[in-house]
Design a protein around this ligand. Structure first.
Ligand code: PEP
Ligand code: MN
Length: 339
């Protein structure tokens, strides 16, 4: 950590900061300039808050040099994490993997029809919510276990893996037999009790960025999972809330290369929640792959106009097929493969 004192900081103030740092266990290196003193504090303690130093009299700026997350940091596995599934699909390697399906499982006919079309178009995972986090308590809340059963059946029939959202601790055991990846939704990114429990299981987790979460907070949430022993974590940029009202969220494409630099964990893009509008999904999906995403999570519905959730952002099957064709051209241009 670097502590730059203000230009007019007194010697007493500087000494006070040095003592405080030493009491916290840091080794302090002082550099006294003609106008300003800079302190280098070595030996970072993870639980330490830089704001405790920022508020001390005479302090100008404080910069953390090492990150608070260790296991999620790129340096922990410089070569990158590759998550392997029993059917040979890998996430985080050369391949760009697409997970597609409805926002919610609604009926048997719906999920089978969608599974067939996304599989034909080249998706590797069937996505679909059985437990839905809805802004209104009066909106459709999901089919629960019946929805999971249908998803598993449809996915098995069409050679797909299953990803579905877990909303609370009590659903974990119930979901295990039906799914291949747990989706941890944006609203639960900082549900630390749920993160801790998910850290104890041995099944991959896709952790979505919270609607107002910084990239550092996303990585710290991944650290919760990894600290519990679950190293099969992938991240997902799904748009953040900004002042812009034209789109549902603002898809932060820059998060993709930033996460790639800071972390070894795979990162996917979700242009459906990232934009909230069907016509904006293909361009942002293409952009995410061009920016280096390891995969995409895309909402597709056989009849979006009648969807019980997120119809406006769900692609028609033909649109999805066209997008997959475009992604097959983009992936090799950025050194990736797409089956
Ligand atoms: C979803 O994938 O349908 C969903 C609810 O996502 P998010 O948590 O990103 O809102
Ligand atoms: Mn949705």
């Amino acid at each position: 950590m670097i502590v730059a004192m203000q230009e007019h900081a007194t010697e007493d103030q500087i000494q006070h900061v040095i003592e405080r740092l030493m009491n916290l266990g840091f080794e302090v290196h002082r550099s006294t300039g003609a106008r300003q003193t800079v302190l280098g504090a070595v030996g970072v303690r993870p639980e330490f808050e830089i704001s405790d130093i920022e508020v001390l009299p005479g302090v100008g700026e404080v910069h953390r040099i090492t990150s608070q997350y260790k296991l999620a940091a790129r340096g922990f596995r410089p070569e990158g994490t590759v998550i392997k599934f029993p059917n040979g699909v890998t996430i985080g390697g050369d391949e760009v993997v697409v997970m597609a399906g409805p926002c919610s499982v609604e009926t048997r006919e719906q999920i089978f029809a969608i599974a067939e079309s996304v599989s034909r178009a080249g998706a590797k995972f069937l996505r679909g919510g059985a437990f839905k986090p809805r802004s209104s308590p009066y909106s459709f809340q999901g089919m629960g276990e019946d929805g999971l059963k249908l998803m598993r059946e449809a996915a098995d029939k069409f050679g797909l893996l299953v990803i579905s959202e877990v909303m609370e601790i009590s659903q974990i055991q119930l979901m295990l037999p039906y799914i291949d990846v747990f989706q941890l939704g944006a609203r639960n990114m900082q549900n630390f009790n749920l993160l801790r429990e998910m850290g104890k299981i041995r099944k991959p987790v896709l952790l979505k960025r919270g609607i107002a979460a910084t990239i550092e907070e996303l990585l710290l949430s991944a650290e919760y999972l990894m600290a519990g022993g679950n190293y099969e974590v992938m991240l997902c940029e799904r748009g953040i809330r900004t002042f812009e009202t034209y789109t549902r969220n603002t898809m932060d494409i820059s998060a993709i290369p930033i996460v790639k630099k800071l972390s070894h964990l795979p990162i996917l893009g979700d242009p459906s929640h990232g934009t909230g509008r069907r016509d904006k999904v293909p361009p942002m999906g293409r952009a995410a792959v061009a920016a280096g995403a390891d995969g995409l999570l895309i909402e597709v519905h056989n009849c979006p106009d009648k969807a019980l959730s997120d119809g406006a952002q769900s692609l028609y099957p033909e649109q999805f097929e066209k997008l997959m064709g475009e992604l097959r051209l983009i992936a090799p241009a950025v050194g990736r493969k797409m089956a």
